[in-house]
Design a protein. Structure first.
Ligand code: SF4
Length: 225
């Protein structure tokens, strides 16, 4: 057994040092990790993130230019109907629910926040269609404030790297990552973990031979030994 200590459930506890040495390969492998949604302002970012639930950023980027031409501001979207919005987003999954969510989001921002999208996670999660993941993206990407969104990629990679426990839910993953990292690193590491999940540590067939974490940190490989 190497430096890892194992608990009764055979899962590593925190003897790994998640210091610069740990994070450096992530930075070197994904130096250009960034948000892959196209947006020009916080309104467009918020709507794009809501639309991206269970869809790819690429698919969302294909539908949003026409949607934002038709509804360039939150006031316009707040006046729309589901039937009118659906044709613009029909190419992405769950489009009926999403049409409803973005309209209700716009209406609520208009009614409760004077048309200004709020900048705190606590306020954002009160809005229709906005969960913690979306709220963290808006806060960090849109407002440049500390936020660390946990999507399916961040959760999977964090578990495989032993940053969190295998049974942790997305909220627990978010809290643990936020404790592991200083707030000024949250934005950057969030994007690096997403890129790792999208392009290297794929859900079904991870490209382990290319992975800098393979020898020392990967729990999937470690647990197979
Ligand atoms: S070695 Fe493979 S499974 Fe482990 S973190 Fe790297 S890509 Fe993912």
């Amino acid at each position: 057994m190497n430096k890892y200590m194992l608990r009764e459930d055979n899962y590593q506890i925190k003897t790994i040092k998640h210091d610069e040495k740990f994070w450096q390969p992530l930075k070197e492998t994904f130096p250009n990790a960034r948000c892959e949604l196209n947006y020009r302002n916080i309104y467009e970012l918020a709507i794009s993130v809501i639309l991206s639930a269970q869809s790819t950023d690429k698919a969302v980027n294909e539908v949003t230019p026409a949607l934002f031409r038709k509804y360039p501001r939150i006031e316009a979207l707040a006046e729309a109907t589901v039937e009118k919005v659906i044709p613009y987003i029909k190419k992405i999954g769950l489009y009926k629910n999403k049409a409803n969510h973005i309209i209700q989001f716009a209406k609520t921002v208009q009614a409760d926040f004077d048309g200004v999208i709020p900048s705190t996670i606590e306020e954002l999660i009160l809005l229709p269609g906005v969960g913690r993941k979306t709220a963290n993206v808006i806060v960090s990407e849109g407002f440049g404030l500390p936020g660390l969104a946990v999507d399916t990629h961040v959760e999977r990679v964090s578990k495989r790297l032993g940053l969190v426990n295998p049974n942790d839910n997305s909220f627990q993953v978010e809290m643990k990552l936020k404790r592991l990292l200083p707030p000024e690193k949250w934005h950057e590491v969030h994007h690096q973990l997403i890129f790792m999940g999208r392009y290297l540590c794929l859900a079904r067939k991870p490209l382990c031979s290319l992975c800098p974490f393979r020898e020392e940190y990967c729990q999937m490989i470690h647990n197979k030994k």
